[in-house]
Design a protein around this ligand. Structure first.
Ligand SMILES: NC(=O)c1ccc[n+]([C@@H]2O[C@H](COP(=O)([O-])OP(=O)(O)OC[C@H]3O[C@@H](n4cnc5c(N)ncnc54)[C@H](O)[C@@H]3O)[C@@H](O)[C@H]2O)c1
Length: 260
């Protein structure tokens, strides 16, 4: 499916990113991994801190041109400091994506790992707009303080980072249409990776309730093929959308909201 294609995968050292590398490689792609930690199984690896503008810019400089896609998978859980959550999950991702655009080939695809945590964006539009008015070089600590995000109930910084990512992806549905470049989100429910425990810790009773209603948490193997699809030529008419891969959780939530 991906013969002759070259993709950049962030978060390549662990969990969903590592599985995406495996999947893309098995489907014939050349894969460039990016992570703060060393990643195995990739064709090329670049170490970078995606919360740091200088590190992102050096990465963009070092990456080759003619890339067929970017999978933005690196992320941190709600147990990390709120500013770090926003920097890695939202602002660093945006900076890498926007700066890498000139090195993407026409017809390339961008897949952003959001989350079921971003599903509630329609209830947080104003906060998403406020978050999206900033970039990695702005005072994110001041934003965190203004919105009382540090240690906020239920991992609010994480939810906001993913809500804003879903919104930003939607807003950019046609931004690069003239070059045939599309961007979409992939939103998993709870997935069994090293950070699942952090989610359960932050969400407390709510996570326990989710786990009871689900038959099982997802696995990286449930999610990686969806990322691969989002990067592929089969998904070219998906633009700015959010692919839910969540064992039925978003349908369950919607059914509850609408009394179905
Ligand atoms: N596991 C879940 O339940 C779940 C559910 C929904 C969405 N997600 C999202 O999926 C993505 C992957 O998470 P995962 O579950 O595979 O977690 P993981 O911890 O296994 O992988 C995350 C990777 O991101 C890298 N990373 C973190 N901060 C970085 C930084 N500053 N610079 C460079 N790399 C950095 C880590 O080193 C790690 O390799 C994340 O965006 C996460 O928010 C996870």
């Amino acid at each position: 499916m991906h013969e002759g294609k070259t993709y950049v995968v962030t978060g390549a050292a662990s969990g969903i990113g590592a599985e995406t590398v495996k999947t893309l490689k098995a489907q014939g792609a050349h894969v460039i991994g990016v992570d703060r930690n060393p990643a195995g199984g990739v064709d090329q690896f670049f170490q970078a801190d995606l919360s740091d503008p200088q590190s992102i810019d050096a990465l963009v400089e070092a990456l080759p041109s003619g890339l067929n896609g970017l999978a933005n998978i690196a992320g941190v859980p709600p147990t990390a400091p709120a500013a770090v959550v926003l920097k890695v999950n939202l602002y660093g991702l945006q900076r890498l994506t926007l700066r890498l655009l000139p090195k993407l080939a026409d017809g390339a695809s961008i897949a952003n790992l959001a989350s079921l945590a971003g599903f509630g964006w329609p209830n947080a539009v104003e906060q998403c707009k406020a978050a999206l008015a900033l970039s990695l070089e702005d005072d994110i600590d001041a934003f965190v303080a203004e919105h009382a995000l540090e240690g906020a109930e239920g991992g609010r910084s994480y939810f906001l980072s993913k809500e804003a990512l879903v919104v930003w992806t939607m807003q950019n549905r046609w931004s690069w249409r003239d070059r045939g470049i599309n961007m979409n989100c992939v939103s998993p429910g709870p997935v069994d990776t090293p950070i699942l425990g952090d989610f359960i810790e932050t969400l407390g009773a709510r996570a326990e309730e989710d786990m009871k209603v689900m038959d099982r948490p997802g696995t990286p193997q449930d999610v990686a093929p969806v990322v691969s699809f989002a990067l592929s030529d089969h998904a070219k008419w998906f633009r700015g959308t959010n692919l839910m891969v969540d064992g039925g959780m978003s349908s369950h939530i919607l059914s509850g909201i609408h009394g179905l």
